[in-house]
Write a protein that binds this ligand. Structure first.
Ligand SMILES: [Zn+2]
Length: 422
């Protein structure tokens, strides 16, 4: 069964086929990084449709571009260094890449959307020349201050050529959680090709669509995240621009990600590994090359909303105090879609000082420093960045001193049991 959505007028950002099929419609939502300052609480906020569609030809799941990325990313509040597990993930990646590709002082490593230099710093420490490419000037400044040279740009074909002319091509190009965040994915991949040395390697990490569907991760759908990627669709996109995927790894990050390895089609020095064929065949067997795989997702999402609201209503009826933990982009989708405001959550917290003292977009829940939880002694702490639930449950284990419990909304609502609790 497929759902027709009428004439949205949009066409696939990769292959141009008119988009006619809904993946999930999450209604209207504000941009997830526009945290509201106290003086803005009475201002109007723009809400945009959060309606993901799937292309019947290439199976790219996608949101339309309602807001130019220059607006979204030019002062991005996300500083990558604030999650300790993510910092460790990047450190391990850097060391493995240096070893696998024999990188040294004669090479150059670039990262696209290099944020505050959290990844490239490991290459700098190993004596390997680096260049960060980061569109947000405020985070690029932090990178430069920590010794990571960074150019403030969006990557596309034109900027890729210009960077290659000025700085030379890259032997390794890394990109974590950027491929899904670019509205013009064809121009971006052309930019990668322009930047890549003839024998160079690209690695890109992005959330795997299979994990999104199986893990019910609808809250990872937000405006800044334009594309939702299966391996086979990414393989088609890279192939269309002369790049071959020669290896792929499955990672636990962000609820289940892929790390692809790409090279120029002409560079046969890197042979294509079995992992590529295995994953391509697995996706085919699981139905990712047919529309039916995609169109049942919406019902799954509605059931999740009902389960979370049922829990919150019962908790509040019983006089319980509930607060949030974290103010990530995915939290914005969850809170807005479910209609959860300070009527259910007294406040939420975030370790990022940039967000503290502000309010969540659309739902206006105050964002406080994590220490506020200790003062408030809530009965329940709803973990919004559920991909970090183990890390958070360990960091904030002190809530058990007063019998507090963690609640995780995704994939299905779960109240974590603590030692000595009923
Ligand atoms: Zn398409």
């Amino acid at each position: 069964m497929t759902h027709s959505t009428g004439h949205s007028g949009a066409s696939c950002r990769f292959c141009g086929t008119p988009l006619r099929h809904t993946f999930v419609d999450l209604g209207l939502s504000p941009l997830c990084q526009t945290h509201i300052a106290a003086h803005q609480l009475n201002d109007m906020e723009p809400f945009f449709p959060l309606h993901a569609q799937v292309c019947e030809h290439c199976f790219l799941v996608q949101l339309q571009e309602f807001v130019a990325p220059e607006h979204i990313f030019s002062e991005y509040a996300y500083f990558s260094s604030y999650s300790s597990s993510w910092v460790e993930h990047c450190r391990r990646y850097a060391h493995r890449a240096i070893e696998r590709f024999n990188l040294g002082a004669q090479h150059k490593v670039m990262e696209i959307a290099s944020n505050d230099g959290y990844l490239l710093q490991h290459f700098v420490a190993a004596g390997i020349p680096v260049l960060g490419v980061e569109p947000a000037a405020n985070v690029a400044k932090v990178a430069v201050e920590r010794g990571v040279p960074t150019t403030v740009q969006f990557l596309g074909e034109a900027t890729g050529r210009a960077i290659a002319t000025e700085h030379g091509q890259a032997d390794l190009i890394a990109g974590n959680n950027v491929l899904a965040h670019v509205p013009d994915i064809n121009d971006f991949v052309k930019g990668l090709r322009a930047l890549l040395a003839p024998e160079g390697v690209i690695t890109m990490e992005f959330p795997h669509l299979q994990r999104l569907i199986e893990g019910n991760q609808f809250d990872t759908i937000y405006h800044e995240h334009f594309s939702y990627l299966s391996f086979s669709t990414v393989e088609q996109i890279f192939a269309a621009h002369g790049l071959v995927l020669f290896d792929v790894e499955e990672l636990p990050t962000h609820g289940g990600s892929l790390r692809i390895y790409a090279r120029h089609a002409a560079n046969e020095g890197q042979s294509v590994r079995q992992s590529v064929q295995d994953l391509r065949e697995r996706e085919l067997a699981l139905g990712y090359r047919s529309l039916d795989r995609y169109t049942g997702f919406g019902e799954q999402v509605k059931a999740t909303k009902r389960a979370l609201l049922t829990f919150l209503i019962e908790a509040k009826n019983a006089g319980k105090k509930v607060v949030g933990y974290g103010a990530p982009g995915k939290g914005n989708t969850l809170l807005n879609y479910c209609g959860i405001r300070s009527d259910f959550l007294d406040f939420t917290t975030d370790a990022n000082p940039y967000k503290q003292g502000k309010y969540t977009p659309g739902t206006h829940i105050p964002i406080l420093p994590p220490a506020a939880i200790r003062e408030a002694r809530p009965d329940y702490v709803l973990i919004l960045p559920w991909n970090l639930k183990d890390e958070i449950a360990a960091e904030a284990a002190y809530i058990r001193e007063w019998g507090g419990r963690f609640v995780v909304p995704i994939p299905t609502l779960q109240v974590l049991d603590g030692p000595g609790l009923n």
